[in-house]
Write a protein that binds this ligand. Structure first.
Ligand code: 9MR
Length: 374
């Protein structure tokens, strides 16, 4: 976030002009938004709701149907991450059939609203289609399936994706390669490097990331990523970044060592990012958080943002949904919730203001002269 480079001055000038056009509300005053308050070199993103857990909920598909939701999405954010719409089971439901419509719609919306897109994800153990999980393939076939998928999906959005989560959650809590990942299990861990190479061939400008949860504190999982990152870089594999998802629970402390973790990857020359931040809490009887809980939640959000702001090349900060209306949290953790920065009616919680004020202060203190975005 801090370094200035000549090469990006032109890019920044373009970005500045663009954001003036699409964003009449400038930094300062009560009309400030997250994106208008943010330093120019920091993308502020959200997951775009659809697919996954939403499919079983009693509401229409959020992104295409909820107009007020789309308005807040456009106004507050300058980065968008398809929550499920680019995952294998969604975008590649049958072996010879791709379903690009919903992802295309998000990419178009992002372009129309001056937003970057984070692609999610290409190599993961979860949310893979039955034809893949249950098929019987030779090693050569499986390898070709992965290569074709990456080539096709990344290639379709060439030039339109800022960052791709190429490899998602590839290590378990002990820092071992996850054997649930069909590609790693059947083809060996070397497939990770190939996934990065194929993604780079398909879109040479996209920044390619490793992405995981449980890396907010130092430990064996972070060590495993650091070792892998060094190996990949030594082998000249096109790896560009390391991301912390940051799915947090107030049952555990705030991640006060996160800046140090990100710095270890920054030291390797990698970009870093926060990709899926939310902060869940145990809901009291009646389901309404106390003022104290909301204040604590705000400090967790701020801790994570401060960590990103403290590290030079942390250029992308994404929350995993902005409204409790569509959060994955209560569906997966029944006694917990209220994890996002806005209530169901899009009114703002203390956590929203903590983010906005912290962004505005960072911008005021001369951030915004760091690396640009292509
Ligand atoms: O938010 C996503 C939800 O809609 C899906 O049902 C769920 C299924 O695994 O995945 C959620 O997103 C996950 C993300 O893709 C990877 N990191 C953890 C996220 C929360 O589970």
């Amino acid at each position: 976030m801090k370094r200035a480079t000549r090469a990006v001055v032109a890019v920044l000038a373009t970005t500045a002009t663009l954001s003036f056009v699409v964003q009449p509300v400038q930094a300062g005053g009560k009309d400030q938004t997250l994106r208008s308050a943010a330093p120019r070199d920091l993308r502020i993103g959200t997951a775009v709701a659809g697919g996954g857990h939403h499919v079983d909920q009693p509401y229409p598909d959020p992104f295409p149907n909820d107009k007020p939701y789309r308005q807040v999405l456009a106004k507050e954010f300058n980065s968008a991450s398809p929550e499920n719409q680019m995952k294998w089971e969604f975008i590649h439901p049958e072996r010879n059939k791709y379903n690009f419509g919903p992802a295309d719609a998000i990419v178009r919306f992002a372009r129309d609203n001056g937003q970057a897109v984070r692609g999610h994800t290409l190599l993961w153990h979860s949310q893979n289609p039955a034809w893949l999980n249950e098929g019987t393939f030779t090693e050569a076939e499986l390898r070709k399936i992965l290569k074709d998928h990456i080539t096709k999906v990344v290639g379709r959005y060439k030039g339109k994706i800022h960052q791709w989560d190429v490899a998602n959650e590839i290590f378990n809590e002990n820092g071992e390669y996850r054997q649930e990942n069909i590609f790693i299990r059947e083809l060996g861990p070397g497939i990770v490097a190939d996934a990065f190479r194929w993604a780079h061939q398909a879109d040479p400008k996209a920044q390619l990331f490793l992405n995981d949860y449980g890396v907010e504190w130092p430990g064996v999982k972070v060590d495993a990523y650091e070792t892998l990152a060094k190996q990949l870089l030594a082998a000249r594999v096109p790896l560009h970044g390391f991301a912390s998802q940051a799915h947090l629970s107030m049952r555990y402390g705030a991640p006060d060592q996160l800046a140090g973790v990100l710095q270890r990857f920054d030291n390797l020359g990698l970009k870093t990012a926060i990709t899926e931040l939310d902060v869940r809490m145990d809901l009291p009887e009646g389901g309404v958080p106390t003022a104290e809980q909301l204040a604590t939640q705000a400090t967790y959000y701020k801790t994570v943002l401060d960590a990103c702001l403290a590290v030079d090349d942390c250029n992308s900060f994404t929350i995993w949904g902005f409204t409790d209306k569509y959060s994955w949290v209560p569906v997966f953790f029944p006694s917990e919730g209220a994890a996002t920065v806005m209530w169901e009616d899009f009114t703002k919680k203390p956590a929203y203001y903590a983010l906005r004020d912290t962004l505005a202060a960072a911008r005021g203190h001369g951030h915004g002269h760091g690396h640009g975005h292509h």
